[in-house]
Design a protein around this ligand. Structure first.
Ligand code: NAD
Length: 423
């Protein structure tokens, strides 16, 4: 099929690359010239396992990136994958969605044949059926007989996005009518996964509900961890025992510094905001966010208890990405921790295998190092913020510190003498 992807970020690029790998003719429409250049050169502008190989194989063949919307006019299916960032009040900024929808509509003005416009971005219920539908139909001057609408939420995990795309747990397709839904199902023909057809608003809500549930599991585990630590109980032993119950499941039960990333914080805030706008008080979701906000401060409290006042002291921060295997730092828990440390006058020496270039844009004033050992040299204390597997092998490197005080926010270290945030 001829597929256009509007927005070549984490979701759009992985989706486009994987569809090209499945044999579709894919064009990524992107506004950032640097990303266009990188994609066409077969060199991913972001790190994702397996992505480079797919790009190198397909770029310039059945995968291309461009700034204009001409490919949309010829497409059988157009995916909207632009960002939906939070506004300061926690609600969703839909301006990128609106602008992409209008541009798609204009591109479809003179085209012939049936095309489906699919929202893959995470958007509040009714966005596809109202904002996107109106903008596309208005700008194109065409009718719903010629243009179908669908919502196909994305569940990929950053760092494992290619594998998740190729082997999804389920494919959710919310559509305005069966023809549109069928066209979306066809593009996934080569994948083997249960397909669920819903209304567009239900598909939109499935994404929010999934992320809210996973975030709830994390905050629940953190609350259990905080209680367990006070009582001298190993929360990891506890949650292992809990997670073996098939009604609960073992994933997302790791206590630590909380959830970050481009999705959980903003999506839970968006859901809270949607509920509040309708006069509801979503107390559980508010508590999920409150527990998450409080965890970084617990790291600092433990650090101060062990190392004394941190003013003027050197703190090594290992791990800047919001999770391992990615260079994404959006809403990383390392950010509030570093902010708090800087505020109390600590000097930071930081290391991350992939995310240093991104974090330099946020904190140009701290010192960055190319190895964990260099960041640890002379440090008065160390905190571990990301579960990078390479950290599990660290031990003698900590001897380079002035004082071997190590506080872990993710349970990854295997050496002795480490204190965990919840264990
Ligand atoms: N990142 C994830 O793990 C993930 C997972 C599931 C769902 N989502 C959702 O997917 C959506 C995209 O997320 P992302 O992480 O890929 O965002 P991103 O910021 O990495 O990518 C968005 C891209 O869209 C481009 N863009 C913006 N306006 C455009 C326009 N008018 N035309 C063409 N390109 C345009 C931007 O330049 C950027 O490259 C969001 O709604 C997000 O919530 C993200």
């Amino acid at each position: 099929m001829r597929v256009s992807i509007v927005g070549g970020g984490y979701v759009g690029l992985v989706t486009g690359a994987c569809f090209s790998e499945l044999g579709h003719q894919v064009t990524i429409v992107e506004i950032d010239p640097e990303k266009i250049r990188a994609i066409n050169a077969g060199s991913p502008p972001i790190y994702e396992e397996g992505l480079e190989g797919i790009l190198k194989k397909n770029a310039g063949q059945n995968l291309n990136a461009e700034a204009g919307y001409t490919s949309v006019a010829e497409a059988d299916i157009v995916f909207i994958c632009v960002g939906t960032p939070p506004k300061p009040d926690g609600s969703v900024d839909l301006s990128y969605i609106e602008s992409a929808s209008s541009s798609i509509g204009k591109a479809l003005q003179n085209s012939e044949g049936y095309c489906v416009v699919v929202v893959k971005s995470t958007v509040p219920p009714d966005t596809t059926g109202t904002i996107v539908r109106h903008a596309v139909l208005h700008a194109s001057g065409r009718t719903e007989r010629e243009i179908g609408f669908a919502m196909n939420p994305e569940f990929l995990r950053e760092g494992r996005a290619v594998a998740d795309f190729m082997k999804p747990d389920r494919i959710v397709i919310g559509s305005s009518d069966p023809r549109a839904g069928h066209q979306v199902e066809r593009v996934y023909d080569a994948l083997h996964a249960p397909v669920i057809h819903t209304k567009t608003s239900a598909a939109e809500m499935i994404k929010y509900a999934s992320n809210a549930f996973l975030a709830t599991k994390v905050s629940f585990s953190n609350e259990m961890g905080n209680i367990c630590k006070m009582m001298g109980i190993d929360v990891y032993e506890v949650m292992k025992g809990v997670g073996l119950d098939h009604r609960i499941g073992p994933l997302f039960l790791n206590a630590g510094t909380g959830f970050g990333g481009s999705c959980f914080p903003k999506d839970v805030s968006a859901l809270v905001s949607l509920a509040e706008a309708r006069g509801l008080k979503p107390e559980l979701l508010q508590a999920v966010l409150a527990v998450n906000e409080a965890q970084p401060s617990r790291m600092i409290e433990i650090l101060e208890k062990r190392a004394g006042p941190l003013d003027g002291k050197q703190v090594a921060v290992l791990g800047l990405a919001f999770k391992d295997n990615t260079d994404d730092i959006r809403d990383s828990r390392a950010i509030p921790v570093i902010q708090k440390l800087l505020k109390i006058g600590a000097r930071i020496s930081a290391y991350d295998p992939l995310a240093i270039p991104q974090m330099k844009k946020v904190f140009p004033e701290i010192s960055y190092h190319s190895t964990a050992a260099d960041a640890l040299r002379g440090a008065d204390a160390c905190i571990v913020m990301t579960e990078w597997p390479e950290f599990s092998r660290l031990d003698r490197e900590f001897d380079l510190m002035a004082h071997r005080i190590i506080i872990e926010g993710r349970k990854i270290l295997t050496c002795k003498g480490v204190e965990g945030i919840c264990w």
